[in-house]
Design a protein around this ligand. Sequence first.
Ligand code: ARG
Ligand code: ZN
Ligand code: CA
Length: 349
Amino acid sequence: MAYLMKKILLLLVLGVGCFQFTKAQNHCATMDFYQKCLEKNPQIIENRQALEWLTENYIDNKKKETTHKILETNTLPVVVHVVWQNEIENISDEQIWSQIEVLNQDFRRMNADTINIPAEFAALSADCNIEFCLATVDPEGKPTDGITRTQTNFTNIGTATVSDTLSTTQRIYYTLLGGKSAWNSNQYINIWVGQMGDNLLGYASLPEIGSPLEEGMVISYQFFGNMGTATAPYNGGRTATHEMGHFLNLYHVWGPTSGGCSEDDFVPDTPKQSAPNYNCPIYPQTSCGSSDMFMNYMDYVNDDCMNMFTNDQNNRMEATLNTTRAALLSSKACSEPLAIVNSECFTFI
Ligand code: ARG
Ligand code: ZN
Ligand code: CA
């Protein structure tokens, strides 16, 4: 039954085509790109259905498990590619570290603003047991600080595209097109930082929608980290938290398309919601007959006003990490293979 509903919903998604966002600030690019990807490759519909099956299965099995599994923390390697045209876009290492810190706090429920969660939702707030590290080993096995820096000739490299009659490609994903090519997306979460036009904050690839060369997320330099060029009201590093949610297969709390009360985000413990919330709403906000969880990272409020993922969102992300994105769990990109290589060298001397 649920499967049929999803099938109908996914077909609906395909049918809607490219919809427009009217809100100037906090423009959701992820679903916009998702639509474009669907149009380009209808096979994605099938892949997404298979993924929903895997997700459902994983969560069902988890719930059936009688033995108490010890919760382990998964650490995921990240590489940040700064692609800049003007000096100001070439953000500092400190600003990048501040972003990793925010991600680590938010995904471990160590963020200071959990105290703002309304009592109604407090028990639903999750420690997602995911941490992030800047890669210490590059794709050639050499030491790295997990940051690449590339100067580009293109304005708004974060959204610049090149098109022919068949397709449109984002320049930022490819060194030869003025961006920076991904590091193997099975081993690194690629985060590109580049200026975007149209007040866009960022966009991410949901599992199964992009080529491996285009997996990860792109975030504008004004909305990355919580210092330096980070600009209010999106200067809390929550754009990356939100995009990481998409990357791990979360939809917006209102669902995959433009809203209404008939669509759902496939997350049981987030209430139905008819549309995005913006700015910093006063609690409570009601739609679809229930209180909106507008303080969820997957809504559109200001960085200061979002503070939680739920237990069922956590289940969905965990399912993704154990299925489609499982390769990341065995990545060695944050280890120290060089120490081993060096010590072998030394034994030869
Ligand atoms: N533009 C982003 C997206 O749709 C959402 C913005 C995140 N919100 C925030 N307060 N930083 O993927
Ligand atoms: Zn989004
Ligand atoms: Ca829900």
